[in-house]
Design a protein around this ligand. Structure first.
Ligand SMILES: [Zn+2]
Length: 439
């Protein structure tokens, strides 16, 4: 019954001369651009001048890209402390757009773009889409949210730049999304992975088999997701599911994308310098070791970011890739240090739980972790949902899930089994953890 995922066919590169640059040429370009961005940040942003001075470092102390490790980190809190425009290098007349990420606590994080920044962004998104298998002329159904969130407009501009017509449907009104996929016959779906799953589910309820639709490719990002969910999306939508990475503080989507080899995401080193650090000691880690991803923008005008701590946990590979691109590969992000839960002393990311649950017999691929307080300790309940056709004993199923989580992830979890439809569905970014602890 499962539809086969589309085979990975390499497509034409958007900028082959850049994407296949020798690594020595990438290093030279990075050094030159890094000097420029450090000087710009120091000259134009009081925050950087203050933190560089406090660290006793000047932009021209950088002699080699690895000297970046001597410069201070930038945190999300720095953007909030300088809210709304204090980190910008240009007056507002030179800005062309603002975006902001939703602030779950306090003020949102505001980012700004000059015309040059918007051009860079569109170009990088076109490069990513082509890298993942999109071709000029493909019809793109863009279900990322349009608005302050960078997802919608980021994909929109990149698809247009590549020469793809776009259906700017945004998120929500899922029945209409399914109807338009049937009517317009798009080649490509762009959405968060959790919302793509919602679309697949709604289609099934409507009696529409999207595994037989015109869709060929899906670009999924903006939240960490597991390979189990990738296989589920590929089967239910009849597509090849491509992982794409970015964050608004750096530019939005378009920082890195999978190629036909699907062995990590190429991070575009002509525009970004990638490091991995130990999140405890903050020391740089050698290639191949897992830690927190830190990014410096090399060409951003309005909002240069120096050593921005992403909180995303990954590792880097500079080994040659089968596709021929030379840019570093960022291995699939397994979680964010912000999302990490400590369940009875064991560090756990929601995506590890997801890897066990998606495809589990008798369960729908929807879950949520509820965080509660029991006395002085935090307790976690894993809420799972029965498949619509489940006809066994729910209590037995809960025990089975708890046993598998214990053996695969190593934690003992309380499991609450919900009826079909009871776990909330994503309309954009999924809420995997609900915090019910008293404030
Ligand atoms: Zn590749």
């Amino acid at each position: 019954m499962e539809a086969q995922a589309q085979p990975a066919m390499p497509t034409a590169m958007y900028e082959p001369e850049i994407e296949c640059m020798p690594r020595s040429a990438i290093a030279d370009l990075q050094l030159e651009r890094l000097r420029g961005v450090l000087q710009r940040a120091y000259d134009k942003v009081p925050h950087y001048r203050k933190t560089f001075d406090a660290a006793g470092i000047k932009p021209n102390d950088l002699k080699d890209p690895s000297d970046i490790a001597k410069f201070p980190f930038t945190l999300k809190a720095d953007l909030r402390d300088n809210y709304p425009f204090g980190m910008f290098t240009v007056p507002r007349q030179q800005l062309r757009r603002l975006h902001a990420s939703s602030g779950t606590t306090g003020k949102p994080t505001v980012v700004g773009y000059t015309q040059h920044d918007l051009d860079t962004w569109s170009n990088l998104m076109a490069r990513c889409l082509a890298c993942g298998g999109a071709k000029p002329g493909d019809l793109v159904h863009n279900a990322y949210g349009y608005g302050l969130f960078t997802g919608g407009l980021g994909f929109h501009d990149g698809a247009e730049r590549l020469g793809c017509p776009v259906v700017p449907i945004s998120g929500g009104m899922t029945e209409r999304q399914v109807a338009l996929i049937e009517d317009f016959k798009p080649d490509i779906l762009c959405a968060t992975p959790s919302y793509a799953l919602n679309i697949a589910e709604v289609a099934e309820k409507m009696g529409v088999d999207l595994s037989r639709s015109s869709l060929r490719l899906g670009f999924f990002g903006a939240e960490p997701w597991s390979d189990a969910l990738r296989r589920e999306l590929e089967a239910r939508l009849g597509i090849r599911a491509v992982d794409i990475y970015g964050l608004s503080e750096i530019i939005g989507p378009g920082v890195a994308c999978e190629c036909s080899a699907q062995s990590g995401l190429h991070g575009w080193e002509d525009h970004f310098l990638f490091e991995v650090i130990d999140p405890e000691t903050l020391a740089p880690l050698p290639p191949g070791e897992a830690g927190e991803l830190v990014i410096t923008t090399l060409t951003k005008e309005a909002l240069p970011m120096i050593r921005y701590r992403t909180r995303d946990i990954t590792r880097l590979s500079t080994e040659p890739c089968a596709c021929g691109r030379t840019h570093v590969r960022i291995m699939r992000v397994t979680g964010r240090s912000d999302d990490m839960l400590i369940i009875r002393g064991v560090n756990v990311y929601p995506s590890q739980i997801e890897a066990v649950l998606v495809g589990f017999p008798g369960l729908a691929p929807h879950y949520q972790l509820a965080l509660m307080r029991e006395g002085a300790l935090d307790a976690v309940t894993l809420e799972v949902e029965l498949a619509a056709d489940f006809c066994g004993d729910p209590t037995h199923k809960a025990g089975e899930v708890a046993h598998h989580i214990k053996s695969m992830v190593g934690v003992t979890c309380d499991v609450a089994v919900k009826r079909p439809g009871e776990v909330p569905r994503s309309q954009g970014k999924a809420v995997r953890v609900k915090d019910l602890r008293p404030k």
